[in-house]
Design a protein around this ligand. Structure first.
Ligand code: PLP
Length: 416
């Protein structure tokens, strides 16, 4: 047992794994208290886009902190939140006219689900069923877990989870089955479909086609089922475009954003919605308002960070950097193709993934911690999902650091 009182997330303290202390972060690198330089090859759980401690974002945080702390957001507003809302309106699809703030990816999903049910209820057509995709992950709060894959992560809490209708993952060549099942569910008038567009992150970096995404959207439109895009992981350039949905020319009814919303510097999330969803809650009857808030909604300091991030997107060639990283990843992934023990190499935008070994797929397989230690010993922060090793670095990672990451994965393939 360590002296620390901290109970870390997704950590089995009983295994006695060391918990390094990070004292400084810059670009794609973390510096530890014991003087090690660690390459953050997973963007600190997919949040860091431009790089750690981006000067403009950190300056915006410092400036905001000199003026405002938390301000109640029910019936009040402030300039940083207004700047974020206006910036998102300009950057995101124009039909997403409304911006609702919360503080994490999970809460942005909870908000999306509540908006969908509130919409149907306020139209006097109550609908409550949610259609979800197999292997999805939408967060760890109760609603978000309910619409995510069931497994070891949430077995203990399953009595609290609500029922959903699950469509199969649209694997290459099997897309039609997914579409047929979705259509059958849509005939039963569910409230909404929620998906991770183009790539399922925690489910194992499972990539599916833009055509399947577009078809799913058009089935929902045909049957009047709300389409919720959870772009918490895929948004802000991760998949090569600002939103993954763009690659399928899809515009959702409800959009969840977090992680890269502040460039990964501080927690913040938004759920954006179309005007009809807002209008369904707009009345002179207080019973029809949207009943959701948390104490720290639209924290001004977090909003200032998000406004700075949006300015970076407006003013700098971020998509050029994303394209360069995507090419660099693809080249290195190609070098691994054909290496014994490396399977199912795939890439989408800045994300690249492989499976190592055979038959070790489950999240709790012994291979995961062995790989984790192997990479840590080489100064690399990689966090395999079972035997799936993925690389999702900040967009500023240098060639030498990226080489070190992929060389280590090639080496790991030998013992996996
Ligand atoms: N949705 C997706 C697609 C995610 O990948 C995640 C987190 O990884 C979440 C939601 C939950 O976000 P948070 O961890 O900020 O609650």
């Amino acid at each position: 047992m360590s002296d620390s009182a901290i109970w870390h997330p997704f950590t089995q303290h009983g295994l006695g794994e060391p918990i390094p202390e990070v004292v400084r972060a810059e670009g794609a690198v973390l510096h530890t208290a014991d003087g090690r330089r660690i390459v953050d090859a997973i963007s600190s759980w997919w949040v860091t886009t431009h790089g750690h401690c981006h000067p403009a974002i950190m300056a915006a945080i410092r400036e905001a902190a000199g003026q405002l702390d938390q301000i109640i957001f029910a019936g009040w507003t402030h300039a940083p939140a207004e700047a974020v809302a206006a910036g998102l309106r300009a950057l995101m699809p124009p039909v997403l006219t409304r911006v609702f703030f919360s503080d994490s990816g999970s809460t942005s999903v909870e908000v999306a689900l509540k908006m969908a049910l509130g919409y149907w209820r306020n139209r006097d057509e109550p609908r409550h069923r949610i259609v979800v995709m197999a292997h999805s992950y939408h967060g760890d709060t109760i609603g978000a877990m309910s619409v995510g894959a069931r497994g070891v992560f949430n077995q203990a809490y399953s009595p609290l989870l609500f029922d959903v209708a699950t469509i199969p993952f649209p694997a290459a060549g099997a897309e039609q089955e997914t579409l047929d099942v979705l259509e059958a569910f849509c005939r039963e008038k569910p409230a909404a479909l929620i998906v991770e567009p183009l790539v399922l992150g925690a489910g194992g970096m499972l990539v599916y086609s833009a055509r399947a995404l577009a078809e799913m959207r058009s089935i929902c439109s045909r049957y009047g089922v709300l389409f919720i895009a959870d772009e918490v992981m895929t948004g802000w350039g991760r998949t090569g475009t600002l939103l993954a949905c763009e690659q399928a020319s899809v515009v959702p009814d409800i959009l969840c954003l977090s992680k890269g919303l502040t460039g990964g510097a501080v927690p913040l999330a938004v759920t954006m919605a179309t005007e009809p969803i807002y209008a369904a809650h707009y009345a002179d009857d207080r019973a029809r308002m949207f009943f959701h808030s948390s104490s720290y909604t639209a924290n001004p300091i977090a909003c200032a960070a998000a406004a700075a991030n949006i300015a970076i997107w407006r003013e700098e060639p971020v998509l050029g950097r994303v394209a360069a990283l995507a090419r660099a990843q693809a080249v290195r992934l190609e070098r691994l193709a054909g290496v014994p023990g490396v399977h199912n190499a795939r890439t989408l935008g800045t994300i690249a993934a492989v499976e190592l070994g055979v038959g070790e797929g489950a999240y709790l397989s012994a291979l995961g911690p062995r790989l984790l230690r192997f990479f840590a010993d080489r100064g690399l922060l990689l966090r395999p999902l079972g035997n799936t090793v993925y690389v999702m670095p900040p967009y500023c990672i240098g060639d030498a650091d990226l080489d070190a990451v992929w060389d280590a994965i090639g080496e790991a393939a030998r013992f996996a």
